[in-house]
Design a protein around this ligand. Sequence first.
Ligand code: PMP
Length: 410
Amino acid sequence: MQPIDGRQIQKDFPILDQQVHDEDLVYLDSAATSQKPCAVIEAMDRYYQEINANVHRGVHSLGESATQAYEEARRKVASFIGAASEREVIFTRGTTTGLNHLARMLEPQLFPGDEVLISIMEHHSNIVPWQQVCQRTGAKLVYVYLKDGRLDLDDVKAKLNPATQVVSLAHVSNVLGIENPIAEIADWVHDVGAYLVVDGAQSVPHLPVDVQQLEVDFLVFSGHKMMGPTGIGVLYGKESHLKELEPVEFGGEMIDFVFEQESTWTDLPWKLEAGTPPIAEAIGLGAAVDYLNDLGMDRLAAQDKDLLAYLWRGLQSVEGVEIYGPPSLEGRTGLISFNLEGLHPHDVATALDYEGVAVRAGHHCAQPLLSYLGVGATLRASLYAYNTKEDCDRLVQALEKTKEFFNGTF
Ligand code: PMP
């Protein structure tokens, strides 16, 4: 299989063809948000120019076209993640909204003494909603820690018990770039009768993800990290679960009948999509899915492996670079977090920006993980299909220059 060549697809991303501080832009922050190909922007533009109307409401032609396009986007997403039915795909605002909704939907099933199991490598959006629900219900939030920079699977097994009701884990960590063995963990989780929630924010954009193969109960992800627009995300849930769960948002679109004092709900998936949905954004996400399918997720994953290995070697060639996570490349996807000895990551990121290289610096919304690692902040270089080995070289050169600059200053 031929991996994707980033140079060949850069023409689809005109934003990349610009200069920052008089240097050609190198965008290495796709884990925060990816760039969008013209196909996505044009699909949204077409919706507004040609068929803008609300969905599922009027009987007029524009409304029907908009509804068809919106529901077509749902079918594309369902097939992209291997869902058994499009009724299992709920459009949300993003991963954060999906996790908040899930935590609130599962709240009635949590009681004092119950346990919610998460890992220390979670993004805040997979921590804080569970903290809130645990505080309200008296359930206990239990953490699994790391071993040699990876999720400690023995710790997972040891902490699963009949009190565990929910296990919520990142598929790929947004700080360490480590892929967790979800399919293996799913068996253990189901053996104790708990739900498995997976945060796919960093996996769905990079790896072929099949919810049925992974046997997850719920999967959440964001459109904007997979070449789609902001403001749209997906909450996947097994139909049997979603049928049982009560909505947490109420209003138009989600009702069957409203009486003066009570109401009944419509069918899935609309029962869980109160109000006017993000129509243009869903259509944009559908176009992103088409674009990713055309590239081929297997080819994209192969390119990711190649580029990451190249970046890894490049970073290791810079004296004073410390890479976080396990001491090998195995199971890493999409990104590398690191620091430059003696320099604050924010200073480094600012210096890199002057070289035209965009990376992220900070705690990456994972403060418990950074505390656990004993570090306040890191740099993070994250890759996507439009990146090239030259981009990695530019980062390495810019790091060398940054070192020279600061060593000359102090
Ligand atoms: N989980 C992970 C692993 C992430 O990387 C992110 C985004 N940084 C989120 C959740 C939150 O995604 P969003 O801000 O799109 O809701």
